[in-house]
Design a protein around this ligand. Structure first.
Ligand code: GLU
Length: 551
């Protein structure tokens, strides 16, 4: 068989040689040990946690080694393309601090190894497909859908492995003339790889996360070029990651199954394969069954990255959480280096677990609290404002109009050894401080049952009469103690606990009446500070409002 003629016959338009592309994309000039990684998402418009999780690994490996992390858009599946998806992706990842050194950008692309959209690389792929055909390693296959369906049915019936292999690879050895005739008749074809693999033999590879992996060889004549002249994922991966000089392929474990195909293709091309890093799928504990399961797009809103944006999770907190689940020693490192930049953590693939990774929003929330407790009031304010501008313009307006006041609000119990850990994400933070705004104030808790309605009215009345904004914190509280004891409440909770029958309640119950009147809540940060920020007029207005509501 004259494979060169066959190659010319099916690809007359392909003029470039493989060497041309090799020269066009030379080895990268990088320091020893520098890693080149890439994120290869499909532009489906849905950005999920897995994308960020993978991107963070890519980014850490490249940045820490002085390498390159690039973005390649894998858009060979035209059906899945969604308009604006690339910008959504760039923007979504940018929020979490993932910036690519090279690849597709918002309006074009940067870097010497492009084009970075697979749909624009058809000429490149075809050169290499033609090369394989000319070497007798690939062939045109004209089988129709019906024929393939028929083969599948036969295989099922006879309990054979399904797919196009061995005797089922019917067009493997078509003669030149037949190919010519079919092409002249306008028949469409795909190009299949001619597999020499045997399921009885094993291939093995050292995965940077999983260690040594051994799997049976691939015996299927897989499609490498589709009818639309675009490659399948398998072929595009091999050609792109070779020519773009990727050193580490970080991708989900769902690709493990096709690893033998990829290794076989690299070998057929005469190229060294990159280091594979197959990461874990993210799991959660199902609320209903209590069992571990994969996060699902349909059931779990927390799988979408948009979820964290809308609620306003702090990017650093999400990154730190992901590092916690990525590397088993991150938390330990964090404790030993509480003030270090998380990017200084020596990230490594070897420390990643190779069995399902559990994603846990509670843990994320705990980390958020720790991270936010260390931010200044100014940082919290700016973060809150930018979130509100994107998602809650009305709240943004209030925050802007009350800048000075909000800075003081966010500063309550901040700093020091034991800062309060009340803040988790932007929406919750606004909610937490919302009582400062009349527009959002609502009474959420009930007055203590120890105090009768008449007593509450009396407490609020006396409190207002004796209130002096100039009082320091202890003078202020002393006045509340006086009101309490004058009205038959213990001035100290301890006294009440000792002799409950002697009192109606204690000073805590009295001060809680005031707290609820002012904030609508029975739990709040330091009330004296809150009042100082609110100002006397607002304090009185709240007291009047509460008294009115009691009538
Ligand atoms: N386009 C593939 C995906 O979205 C990328 C896999 C890879 O990184 O190689 O799953």
């Amino acid at each position: 068989m004259d494979y060169k003629r066959l190659a010319e016959l099916i690809f007359p338009e392909v003029k470039e040689s493989a060497e041309h592309w090799e020269r066009r994309y030379p080895e990268r000039n990088l320091p020893e040990g520098a890693k080149v990684t890439r994120l290869g998402p499909s532009p489906t418009g849905y950005i999920h946690l897995g994308n960020l999780y993978g991107a963070l690994i890519d980014e850490r490996l490249a940045k820490q080694s002085g390498g390159v992390c690039f973005l390649r858009i894998e858009d060979t599946d035209e059906k899945r393309e969604v308009e604006g998806a690339v910008n959504m992706l760039l923007e979504g990842l940018d929020y979490f601090g993932i910036h690519f050194d090279e690849g597709v950008t918002a309006d074009s692309e940067i870097g010497d190894y492009g084009p970075y959209r697979q749909s624009e690389r058809s000429a490149i792929y075809k050169t290499f497909v033609k090369k394989l055909v000319s070497e007798g390693k690939a062939y045109p296959c004209f089988m129709s859908e019906e024929e393939i369906t028929e083969i599948r049915a036969y295989q099922e019936e006879n309990k054979l492995n399904s797919g196009v292999y061995g005797e089922f690879a019917r067009h493997r050895n078509l003669g030149l003339e037949e190919v010519e005739t079919r092409i002249a008749a306008g028949e469409e074809f795909v190009v299949r790889f001619k597999s020499e693999g045997d399921l009885k033999n094993y291939v093995s590879v050292d995965d940077a996360i999983r260690g040594k992996i051994s799997m049976p060889e691939n015996d299927q004549d897989i499609v490498i070029l589709k009818k639309n002249d675009l490659p399948t994922y398998h072929f595009a991966h091999v050609v792109d990651d070779h020519l773009m000089r990727t050193t580490h392929v970080v991708r989900g474990e769902e690709w493990l199954g096709s690893l033998p195909v990829h290794l076989q293709l690299f070998e057929a091309m005469g190229w060294e394969h990159p280091i594979y890093c197959h990461n874990n799928v993210l799991m959660k504990i199902d609320e209903e069954t209590g069992a571990r399961r994969k996060l699902s797009k349909r059931k779990d809103p927390e799988l979408g990255l948009g979820y964290y944006r809308e609620l306003g999770y702090y990017p650093q907190a999400v990154r730190e959480y992901l590092l916690t689940i990525l590397n088993s020693d991150y938390e330990e490192w964090r404790m030993a280096n509480p003030d270090a930049d998380p990017d200084d953590f020596p990230f490594s693939c070897e420390k990643m677990s190779s069995s399902g990774t559990l994603f846990d929003v509670e843990k994320l929330n705990d980390i958020s609290k720790d991270v936010l407790a260390k931010k200044s009031a100014e940082e919290i304010y700016e973060f809150e404002l930018s979130w509100a501008k994107d998602y809650e313009p009305e709240k943004a307006r209030l925050l802007e109009e009350n800048r000075e006041k909000m800075l003081r609000v966010f500063d309550i119990d901040r700093g020091g050894d034991k800062p309060r850990k009340d803040f988790i994400y932007a929406q919750q933070i606004f909610e937490f401080v919302s009582y400062f705004f009349d527009e959002y104030f609502k009474v959420e808790d009930e007055f203590p049952s120890e105090c009768s309605k008449e007593d509450i009215e009396e407490i609020l009345k006396r409190y207002k009469e004796t209130y002096d904004e100039a009082d320091g914190s202890s003078e202020w509280f002393a006045k509340i103690r006086t009101i309490a004891s004058d009205m038959g409440y213990a001035a100290k909770p301890r006294d009440y606990k000792k002799n409950p029958e002697e009192y109606k309640g204690h000073v805590g119950h009295v001060s809680n009446c005031i707290r609820i009147a002012l904030t609508g809540r029975s739990v709040s940060p330091d009330l004296w500070t809150i009042q100082q920020i609110m100002g006397k007029d607002a304090v009185f207005a709240r007291l009047d409002r509460a008294a009115e509501a009691l009538k």
